[in-house]
Each structure stands twice: as structure tokens, then as C-alpha cells.
Design a protein around this ligand. Structure first.
Ligand SMILES: Cc1cc2nc3c(=O)[nH]c(=O)nc-3n(C[C@H](O)[C@H](O)[C@H](O)COP(=O)(O)OP(=O)(O)OC[C@H]3O[C@@H](n4cnc5c(N)ncnc54)[C@H](O)[C@@H]3O)c2cc1C
Length: 222
């Protein structure tokens, strides 16, 4: 089952978009090429092709013209999921980086005995823990029924995914040359982290959402 947001009235801009539920197997709906992705390669991504695909009005999700609004409301709930994915990638990278630094010896001592490397690990840990606090706080407020969570959701997604990118990049560094090799898990984590800054709205768009929320909040106080 696919959620498809299509323009049903091109003259109305965002208000001309409508959400539909489309079954796999609907005549005129098929798959195009399988995308060859940088990361998250265990998840398949295909082009969706619609050719003379007729969808009945009964398949409308919500109301005609409310597709953009539905998408935005869905994002408020789904962005913390991407934030959690990013947090998991970052936390796993940190754990493995600490383990590796404790066991890898150079010049007769573990590399973690170098303060410079420990400072790097400490910075990674601070980022992971602040991302964790943000992701859990957002999940708690959604669980408690808060439906006005656009800003919080965007902050959680944007912050946790930026952290995932920074922490996995540093974790590759901690692994040294092995970090760059496919036999070790780090380069995969770095590739997997990248998508969390892109999908469910890029981080530029998250910053735009956060900025718009700040304007609305300030106006409401006047
Ligand atoms: C693996 C994968 C899976 C996906 N799965 C889904 C899915 O299941 N469903 C779905 O609907 N989509 C899916 N997407 C699409 C994804 O959500 C979009 O690729 C993403 O939102 C970015 O949109 P775009 O590619 O059109 O980038 P563009 O909008 O073309 O953006 C290009 C660049 O311009 C910047 N930019 C654009 N507008 C602004 C602005 N107003 N201000 C500042 N910068 C801006 C962007 O941040 C980006 O850096 C998937 C994408 C990938 C890669």
C-alpha cells in the first residue's frame, strides 16, 4: 500500500495537492529502476511509475486539496523516527570507536591512552547524549498527546542527523586506516548516517521549519 500525494489542481499550488492510498498492483502503477544507493543498502528503493493510472475518489486519504497539510502533519510524527535512526547509528559508532581505541596498540600502548583521542571520543559522547535527550523528549511529548510538535520534531531530526554524520566521520578517524576499509563497520555507518540528513525533508528544510515556528511563536506573544 502506497501513500501518493498528487497534484489534483495545479492552479492552487500547495492547496491543489491530494493524498491517495494506492494498492500495489493497481493498473498503471509499476516500479521503475532499483536505485543504486550510497547507504542504507539493506533497504530497497525503487522509482514509482504512474502511467494512465486511475485512482477512485474513494481512495482519497483525508480531503481533496489537503495533501500538503497531511504530509506536514505526518512529518511531525515521522521525523522523530529518523532522529532515532540517526541516534542509533551515532551511538553504535561511538561504542565501537571506544572499544577499538582501547584494544588498538601503537608504539606499545593502546591509542586511547592519548589524551587527544580521548578528547575526540568525549566530544562524540557529548553529541550522542544531547541528541538522545532531544529525541527522547520529543517522543515523550508526542506520546503525551502533543500534536503541536513541528518545531520539536524538526529540531530532533536535524540535530540527531547532524550528530550522526559528525560522530560517524570521527569514528572512521578513530579506526585510522581500517576505518576506511569495507571489512570494518565504520565506513558503512558513515554512509548510512548521510541519508538521515536528507530524507523526511533535508536539514535545510528542517531549519526552515524551525525558523518559521520561531516567527509564529514570537508573533503569538505580541
Ligand atoms: C533513499 C531515499 C528514500 C526516500 N524515500 C522516500 C519516501 O519513502 N517517500 C518520499 O516521499 N520521499 C522519499 N525520498 C525523497 C526525499 O524525501 C527527498 O529526496 C528529500 O526530501 C529532498 O528532496 P529533493 O531530493 O527533491 O531535493 P531538492 O528539493 O531538489 O533539494 C536540493 C538541495 O536544495 C536544498 N533546498 C531545497 N529547497 C530549499 C529551501 N527552501 N531552502 C534551503 N535549501 C533548500 C535542499 O536542502 C538540498 O540541499 C527518499 C529519498 C531517498 C534518497
Amino acid at each position: 500500500m502506497y501513500t501518493v500525494i498528487a497534484m489534483t489542481d495545479k492552479t492552487r499550488g500547495a492547496r491543489g495537492a491530494t493524498a491517495f492510498l494506492v494498492d500495489k498492483g493497481t493498473p498503471g502503477f509499476s516500479f521503475g529502476k532499483k536505485e543504486n544507493k550510497m547507504g542504507i543498502r539493506a533497504s530497497s528503493t525503487y522509482e514509482l511509475v504512474f502511467e494512465d493510472c486511475k485512482i477512485p475518489a474513494s481512495a482519497i486519504l483525508g480531503k481533496e486539496g489537503h495533501g500538503f497539510l497531511s504530509a506536514m502533519k505526518t512529518f511531525d510524527m515521522s521525523r522523530p523516527g529518523v532522529a532515532a535512526q540517526a541516534l542509533g547509528i551515532a551511538a553504535g559508532a561511538l561504542e565501537d570507536a571506544v572499544d577499538y581505541a582501547r584494544t588498538r596498540e601503537q608504539f606499545g600502548k593502546p591509542v586511547i591512552s592519548n589524551q587527544g583521542l580521548r578528547f575526540m571520543l568525549a566530544d562524540m559522547a557529548m553529541k550522542v547524549e544531547t541528541a538522545r535527550a532531544m529525541v527522547y523528549a520529543t517522543a515523550r511529548s508526542i506520546d503525551s498527546g502533543d500534536r503541536n510538535c513541528s518545531k520539536e520534531s524538526a529540531i530532533a531530526k536535524c540535530y540527531a542527523s547532524d550528530v550522526a554524520m559528525q560522530v560517524t566521520t570521527d569514528a572512521v578517524q578513530v579506526f585510522g586506516g581500517y576505518g576506511y576499509m569495507k571489512e570494518y563497520p565504520m565506513e558503512k555507518r558513515m554512509r548510512d548516517a548521510k541519508i538521515t540528513q536528507i530524507y523526511e525533508g533535508t536539514n535545510q528544510i528542517q531549519r526552515e521549519v524551525i525558523g518559521q515556528c520561531l516567527i509564529k511563536e514570537a508573533a503569538a506573544k505580541k
